[in-house]
Design a protein around this ligand. Structure first.
Ligand SMILES: O=C(O)CCC(=O)C(=O)O
Length: 264
């Protein structure tokens, strides 16, 4: 367990609430960064079953290698995911009483990965009745536009849930936005790219439009993402790799061992 805090001001909470994302610099200590990198590199060498490894699909692999719920299979990743400082930041930003884990995943863009992570929202893929779940996207390498840093559209979370995008054969998310709603919300669709040093992160709401370009550098771009659920979130019935084996009925609370409380 970590004991130090990363102070989040009320202005930062407001920025997150208004824009649906925020960037926070140097959130991990040098030791934590080194440990997280080592854990990720080790777990990438492990043989994982299909409930953890989404990298078998060759088309998907042109975007990134994705491995899911690594906290269940590697002690070092578990330590990272249970980092109370990060969960407490999520709790503050979401203005929640408690924070539970939805799942973690590693997204590694290898050099030469030729496809962008197209503009999308996350919440349409998640089997959740409530909105408000949020991701902490932690850079384990320095990230910049050319190696696939994240980009966001400020305020796009206020558009609510649109249709899920097929990341392998991407549709144009922006075409799904009703003109009238975009005008009413006064949205500026200029992407805000998020270059940042390793050990820094962004948090984004599951409804916020986001994107990362291909990795045009000669080194991997390693990121570990922890997805947090504020307070009690209920199952919608939609299929999902994290819940498929649980035989949940729609309306069931996403609680219990699979979704541990991380803060307070
Ligand atoms: O890291 C990427 O390439 C995309 C990340 C993403 O879509 C997410 O964290 O929700």
């Amino acid at each position: 367990m970590t004991t130090t805090t990363y102070p989040i001001s009320e202005e930062q909470v407001q920025f997150y609430q208004e824009n649906g994302y925020i960037q926070l610099l140097n959130v991990l200590t040098a030791d934590e960064l080194a440990q997280a990198r080592q854990a990720l590199d080790e777990v990438m060498e492990q043989q994982l079953d299909e409930s953890h490894d989404r990298s078998a699909d060759a088309e998907y692999r042109k975007i990134f290698v994705q491995k899911v719920n690594l906290w269940q299979v590697h002690g070092g990743v578990r330590r990272y995911v249970f980092n109370a400082r990060l969960a407490e930041i999520a709790r503050r930003l979401a203005r929640a009483q408690t924070i539970r884990l939805w799942h973690d995943h590693a997204l590694i863009k290898m050099p030469g990965d030729s496809k962008a992570s197209s503009w999308h929202q996350d919440i349409p893929y998640w089997p959740m009745q409530e909105d408000g779940s949020l991701s902490c996207w932690m850079a384990l390498d320095d990230v910049y536009v050319e190696n696939g840093c994240m980009a966001f559209i400020p305020g796009s979370h206020r558009l609510g849930r649109l249709e899920p995008i097929n990341l392998k054969a991407p549709q144009d998310l922006f075409k799904l936005v009703p003109d009238e709603q975009a005008r009413e919300l006064n949205l500026d669709f200029t992407p805000r790219f998020q270059p940042m040093p390793a050990g820094s992160c962004t948090f984004h709401d599951g409804r916020t439009f986001h994107y990362a370009g291909p990795n045009q550098s000669d080194r991997p771009r390693r990121a570990i993402i922890t997805i947090y659920m504020p307070d009690e979130v209920h199952f919608s019935g939609k299929p999902h790799i994290v819940t498929d084996d649980l035989q949940l009925t729609p309306g069931a609370a996403l609680t219990g061992e699979r979704f541990p409380i991380l803060a307070p």
